[in-house]
Write a protein of this length. Sequence first.
Lengths: 390, 394
Amino acid sequence: MALSRRGFVSTLGIGAAGLVGGRILSGGRVIGPWSRPFDEALFAQGAQPLLLHNNENPLGPGEKALNAIRAKLTERGIPAARYSSPAGQLASAVASKFGCKPENVLIGCGSTQILRNATFAFTSPTRPLVGGSPTYEECGDVAKLLGASIKTVPGDSNMRHDIEAMAAAAVGAGLVFFDNPSNPAATVHPATAVQAFVEKVRSTSPDTAILIDEAYHDYVTDPAHKTQIPLALETPNLLVARTFSKAYGMAGLRIGYAIGRADTIKKLRELHYGLSTNVLGLAAAIASIQDDARLQQEAQRNTEARKFTVDWFKSNGFKPTDSQCNFLFVDVKRPAREFRDACRKQDVLVGRDFPPFEKSHARISIGTLDEMKRAVGVFGQVLGVKAAAA
Amino acid sequence: MAVSRRAFVRSLTPRVGPSSAAIAARGREAWAAEHPHGEEPQAAQESPLAVRLNSNENPLGPGQSALGAIERAFAYAGRYPMNARPSMADFRTLVAKQNGLKIENVCLGAGSGEILECAVMAFASKSRGVVSAAPTFESPGRTAKRVQFPLTEIPVDDAGKLDLEKMSGASTGAGLVFVCNPNNPTGAVHGTDPIASMVSKIAKASPDTVILIDEAYHEYVTDSAYATAIPLVAKYPNVIVSRTLSKAHGMAGLRLGYAIGQKDAIDKLARWTMPYNGNALVVAAGVASIEDEAQIERERRRNTDVRKFTTDFFRNNGFKTSDSQANFIWVNLRRPAQEFAQACEKQGILVGRAFPPFEKTHSRISLGTMDEMQRAVGVFKNVLGLTTTTAGGR
């Protein structure tokens, strides 16, 4: 399936000049049950590989979140057995955090469900999907299912989205997917540029929806970055997606959300599978979103581990992008696969291929500082770097 | 946990707000599926003190082994479910092994609800419609209507059984046939032979039609003529069987279901499902629960006792019930379901929604614990105007 699917996508005809084929936006991660991002045998052998391949938070949820889950398991009425969902409570908590109403919020099974629904809602065979290159693949995967064409716009020399070209490609499109910070590039776009982009698309193609994915927002340290949630709350056809999978450490609990004007959210809600979220994840999310101290602690921890890792690569002559996330995208001067396979042999798992940079760049998620110290030892060997790490 | 819950149920004072009437009338699972949060502010006000006999839930919840597995999986809460131990793949492997199949024959859903919706998207189209029943579980029909795929609904017979003949006939050229066995809301079950002959007939007359057999209530069946349709998967490329952990496994709030079929069919279906639809904690609970056959056996027995008690009550009082093989009963109360539900709700008992075309006569009542049902039949007596001999009189 993987091969035929990639083959299919790469043959999609893309009309607009200056755009590369659809395979970058779609197909990097094969959807469906066959997706197996790492070798199960590694675990079967009792090894404890470092999981630096899926941009997870190595510490997981905070104690408050875990306690909320424990409380759910013993709560009167046994919520685990009931269809009643506290998703509405979480929507209220999100709404009060951002000063809007629950009708401005849609809770999903991770932000994955939001990205999928936005693609279902806004793209079609006559309404293309527009995205950067490289970028996160979910929307592209769904566009392909729908037979919607995909326009991918190569990034600039700093691995940021080419905002001008994306705005031009957006004319007549159904949906623009704009991840900020961007995955896998890890770069962030200044708030002023994002706002100018939105304004441009609004004026040249008002029926085009824009989805800004802020999955890594909480890890950003660049002061030029700002969330576009306030803009989404007042701008038609603009949505922001957020997830609890990253800084909140809840990738296993599957909770994310979309936020936007009520009329935009309604378009997603109409086709939203409402029983997608589980009571344990919802309880953990409700507890987490009120735990700002934990969030700040986690962001700080990541910033330190990120700096350590970035410095290691830089001091050894490798160029990482300006990472604002819990992962790096770094020019390892060799195919990602070669690097990945060599690291895997030493129990360090790093990210998948990201065309068109699969010949040179690897994505490496940031673990704990201790994990990264162990990892750079392996990276040093694999990359042939003379030992210098402290 | 169970004990404290019963104690609490006994001491409850009903104070169900009128705002929950809509949910009580329509059923929690249908309401939630149709109205994602934000459009259901009433939900928060639904009294936790009411006895919930409206959504075919398991009143005892997950077993101890499942609860223990959740706690042990906390270490993986930060990992995507495919990176957790057990992983989504481990769950699929276990299900496959139990059925003599391979991992590629199993895909997961956030509840079987996701499977049902995705099956419509994967196999039906504007030119190849969906064949379903009336009444049956609404999800596939509702999805078809939403995306404007043709929908044919074949009425059940007087015993609440699916009309397999007519459904087969209507299937020629269809994209998907939905066969809910046991059927919700009627509880009627169909034996192995009629199901096998239906599948064979459709496979011959319309080989491209996918037959989705939903066995959500499988574990509750006691009729020996019934057996799972999973063995048919080996022979027929277009048969998919769906299961859920929301019923006998007591995990409706945890969202895990699965589908079994041949690789190609599962492949097509899974493309439409969300890639990480299994929760790391819940997959762990699912593995533990599926392995804990004694727990499911206990739950089946408990439900069978309660089902008999409740069925007997209605029959002894002159109301006809179907031969329910599930954790709910379907009873002709000779009055509108809505009227009955609202009257019961005022006394702290929530019962099932209206199921056209039987909304004028029949109600679906989910089975709670024996204590809950004893309390419920007291309320049913009041509402149905049955004479009771209360000590002391008025």
